[in-house]
Design a protein. Structure first.
Lengths: 426, 359, 143
């Protein structure tokens, strides 16, 4: 009743003004559309008591779900007493430990979810309880992440939506809300700086700086709903999702067995985890940074092999760099660079493959590929040098031609002058 | 050497009587005065045209018109054929210098009033030659079939389409269809290497014949000199030698430009890519292009662009007929009205061209 | 003295003139001499004989500046696709075991129509047209 009264008053006051027209127009539109009014939203808006994270773009709102779909109660009633009556199923703010089940009411129900998205997965809650988060929540830890920690409660958007907290580019920050909290992480014996490390890593740079959506975010290695730190056995498989050849080579090398026996952490043993950097050739051989030297030392076969492999790689890299420098010069001089560019593409491919082949720890295998690459690079160098020489030949040719024309012009000039003098004398 | 040469001439003379040739050569003499320098401009233009003819024929050996071969063959010429880069760049540079010198030649003739009776037809043929030179430039620009040329041609032929009644059919005729396609390329190629050279050569021959018949024009101040103070040099060999000297210098500058400032080939034309930024016509069309751009969309019911085109058409026509238009001299004016018109036209062209590159 | 000077000028004129003429004639004659790779590259590339190309295999063809992967499927269909992975430009390869196109760099896979089906590649591979003319495989740019 009170609402109605207000409405009439507002209409009377504003109908004279332009704004009033707009308002009544809007209301008319709404009435025409025949949309039922959600009294939860109307009242909470009026009382300025909406959830802080509420957004109109919420995927549930767009699917015509109401507040009551999660919170219970009766949205058709304008009366607070009756709308928020526990007898009508009103539950208020759900307890954290109940949230996964609450979401699961719909999201684990394939028949229901199908009506919205026929191909949507419905195993999220099940997976969640296998995760560290889920296990701890079940054990009564109220600090761990549940559904809303990542997806928010009232601003849920699809993964593909760039505004979503779980859009690939936003995931590192979303996880960091808790995992960047050093005090909180201390309780779990976890470092509080994975994002900091990740940002500096080759993956972080690719994703956050270069916006390469193919680069892994947190969940690509740790899983999302079933989030867990990868165990020792699963590490090389996690990395192998993208670095397939590296994994294959490593697993079929004799090193794999030793790693297993020694409880080494697979890829992570040499490459690290969150702060993983783009590998460089100094990670093998006798360099200070060399990872091989963690176990091998001067004199043993492994050390010799690593020094040899490094020599092969450095040799190819130098040859490639030489050719590339010449290629750039050819390009810059505006000469024909197509063929050279092709060869260099092949040479680069050989370099990448040689570096990948390190994981076989087999000098012969690496050597064959680096030899290929060196051959191609040298060929490219020769071609490039030819073009550069041609560039200078053209200039020298021009100089020679100009010299000839100059002699001719000067001689002609004096000849003309001489004629004039003769005429004057004559 | 000299003996063999004169013997040869004597041998021919004995059989074919070279007197008319000798008369023709000796007949013309060139006045010497402080503005003599302008007498060389026509010669340089002619020289550049001969270079165009020569390099053009050379390019024809490898150029293959057609949507999927034009760009590739020019690329082939520039990268694979020995000295192909030189021939192609000389052709492009010479084309631009040719237009430049043609303009200089025309305005020097205008300001010295060399077009006046009895040289009216020399002027008219000269103007026609200039128009065909521009047509050469426009049609040749498309032949490498690169992005810039493709879109410039699109815009250029679009402008033709604005002309009422004949515009649309003319556009379709030029393009060989509704759009700029491989058919346009074939047409432009034919126009560039067959139609234009034929017409051009005819008018050029007329132009040169007229000059040869009437001799060099003497400007007012020279004509008023007493007879004994008038200085002349014979056209042959004195002036011709000087011409040759200048041509050698111009030729050297030309290969310098070709080597150090090569014309980019750019990307192959693709009708489906969006027009790249910076589409503009060649510099000698810039003043017209820019004026049309600056005109408002409508000027009293008439489309601005149309009005502009009509204006340029009429202006060009009047310009061609300038020898027949009598404008009285005003004795008390510092600058005579005709010179004033010339100055206005030149400054208009310069300002619009500069604006075209700045805006 | 006068005569010497004239003689000298004439010699100079001769040398300069001959030099200048040579400077023109040499490039022109070189230009006339057809280069070894006589055929200018056009919008299509020949990729060898169809009969010599076994089924379930692939090869990389240079197409202008672009490497193209030519694949003959098990049922003798020819496919040509850009060989540059759309992720980070590695050269892709045809996997005889999985019958897919695979990029070894980050395990990206494409189907035989070039659609990116798994891994990091953000876009499909560009398609080229393949024709067989008198048993000669010819690749042309689609479109």
């Amino acid at each position: 009743m009170r609402k109605r009264f207000y409405y009439i008053i507002i209409c009377l006051i504003t109908s004279l003004s332009l704004f009033g027209f707009n308002l009544s127009d809007k209301n008319e539109d709404k009435a025409k559309a025949g949309k039922k009014e959600d009294h939860c939203i109307t009242c909470h808006k009026e009382m300025e008591n909406m959830p802080k994270d509420f957004s109109e773009n919420n995927v549930h709102l767009h699917a015509n779900l109401t507040c009551a779909s999660c919170h219970g109660g009766d949205p058709n009633s304008a009366d607070q007493e009756s709308a928020m009556n526990p007898a009508k199923g009103f539950i208020g703010i759900p307890k954290r430990k109940d949230i996964p089940k609450l979401c699961g009411k719909c999201h684990s129900n394939i028949d229901y979810m199908r009506t919205y998205q026929p191909r949507i997965a419905t195993d999220q809650v099940e997976q969640y309880y296998t995760s560290m988060h889920g296990k701890k929540l079940l054990a009564g830890d109220e600090n761990v992440a549940e559904c809303t920690s990542c997806h928010t409660a009232h601003n849920i958007m699809p993964v593909k939506d760039p505004r979503s907290t779980v859009y690939k580019l936003n995931i590192p920050n979303t996880c960091n809300k808790c995992h960047g909290n050093t005090d909180m992480m201390k309780k779990y014996n976890l470092p509080g700086n994975p994002l900091e490390e990740y940002t500096k890593s080759v993956h972080g740079e690719a994703l956050l700086k270069n916006k390469d959506l193919g680069a892994p975010a947190c969940n690509d290695c740790h899983g999302n709903h079933g989030a867990m730190p990868p165990g020792i056995t699963s590490i090389s498989h996690v990395c192998g999702i993208c670095h397939a050849s590296n994994m294959e080579y490593f697993n079929s090398s004799k090193m794999a067995k030793v790693f297993q026996e020694q409880d080494f952490h697979g890829c992570e043993q040499c490459h690290g985890n969150h702060a993983i950097q783009k590998p460089n050739d100094n990670m093998i051989g006798d360099d200070k940074e060399s990872k091989c030297n963690d176990c091998h030392s001067k004199g043993d076969a492994g050390f010799d092999a690593s020094v040899k492999i490094k020599g092969l790689l450095v040799n190819l890299k130098n040859k490639y760099d030489d050719a590339n420098a010449k290629y750039l010069e050819v390009k810059q001089k505006g000469m024909n660079d197509v063929e050279i560019g092709f060869l260099l593409q092949d040479a680069k491919q050989a370099l990448i493959q040689s570096r990948t082949l390190i994981h076989t720890f087999d000098t012969a295998k690496v050597g064959t590929r680096t030899d290929d690459g060196i051959g191609i690079s040298e060929k490219a160098s020769v071609l490039a040098q030819k073009e550069i020489d041609e560039y200078y030949t053209r200039r020298n040719g021009f100089a020679a031609a100009t010299f000839a024309f100059l002699i001719f012009a000067v001689a002609l000039y004096f000849k003309i002058k001489e004629k004039n003098i003769k005429k004057k004398v004559g | 050497m000299k003996n063999i040469g004169s013997k040869l001439i004597a041998w021919i003379d004995e059989r074919y009587d070279l007197t008319p040739v000798r008369n023709l050569l000796e007949h013309k003499k060139v006045p010497v005065h402080k503005h003599s320098i302008w007498y060389y401009m026509g010669g340089v233009t002619l020289f550049l045209f001969m270079i165009q003819l020569f390099t053009g024929i050379l390019l024809l050996l490898y150029y293959r018109p057609g949507e999927d071969s034009a760009y590739e063959s020019v690329r082939f010429i520039v990268t694979n054929v020995k000295f192909g880069w030189l021939i192609r760049n000389v052709h492009s540079w010479s084309a631009n210098l040719l237009v430049l010198f043609a303009f200089i030649h025309m305005f020097s003739v205008f300001f010295s009033k060399a077009y006046e009776k009895p040289r009216e037809l020399t002027w008219v043929t000269g103007f026609i030659i200039l128009i065909f030179t521009l047509a050469f430039g426009f049609s040749g620009y498309l032949l490498p079939w690169n992005e810039l040329a493709f879109f410039a041609t699109k815009v250029g032929t679009d402008i033709v389409g604005v002309i009422p009644i004949i515009g649309e059919p003319l556009k379709v005729f030029l393009r060989g269809g509704e759009d700029v396609t491989g058919a346009t390329l074939s047409r432009f190629f034919g126009i560039h290497v067959a139609v234009l050279p034929a017409i051009f050569t005819f008018f050029l021959a007329l132009h040169l014949l007229f000059i040869q018949r009437q001799g060099m024009h003497e400007p007012e101040h020279f004509k008023n000199l007493p007879e004994e103070k008038k200085k002349y040099i014979p056209f042959f060999p004195d002036f011709a030698l000087k011409d040759l000297l200048l041509w050698v210098v111009v030729f050297n500058v030309l290969i310098f430009l070709a080597l150090y400032f090569p014309w980019e080939l750019g990307n192959k034309a693709d009708a489906f890519t969006p027009a790249p930024a910076g589409i503009r016509p060649e510099w000698y069309f810039m003043f017209m292009f820019q004026s049309l751009k600056l005109l408002p969309a409508h000027i009293i019911f008439i489309e601005g662009e149309l009005l502009g085109i009509l204006f340029f058409g009429v202006a060009g026509f009047v310009w061609m007929l300038i020898p027949y238009i009598k404008i009285k001299n005003k004795p008390n004016w510092k600058i005579q009205p005709l010179a004033l018109i010339g100055i206005i036209i030149v400054s208009f062209i310069v300002v619009m061209t500069v604006l075209g590159y700045l805006l | 003295m006068q005569i010497d000077r004239r003689k000298f000028l004439n010699i100079l004129l001769g040398i300069g003139g001959i030099g200048g003429v040579l400077a023109i004639i040499y490039p022109v004659l070189s230009f006339l001499n057809p280069p070894k790779s006589a055929e200018p590259k056009v919008n299509s590339v020949k990729a060898g004989l169809n009969n010599d190309f076994p089924a379930n295999s692939s090869k990389i063809i240079k197409f202008g500046r672009q490497p193209v992967i030519l694949i003959k499927t098990e049922d003798n269909q020819l496919k040509a696709l850009s060989a540059s992975c759309t992720h980070l430009d590695c050269i892709v390869q045809y996997r005889q075991d999985t019958k897919q196109i695979w990029c070894a760099c980050h395990n990206g896979t494409y189907d035989l129509n070039g659609r990116n089906i798994s891994g990091p590649p953000p876009k499909p591979l560009e398609e080229y047209e393949v024709k067989v003319v008198k048993d000669e495989i010819v690749i042309t740019k689609a479109g």
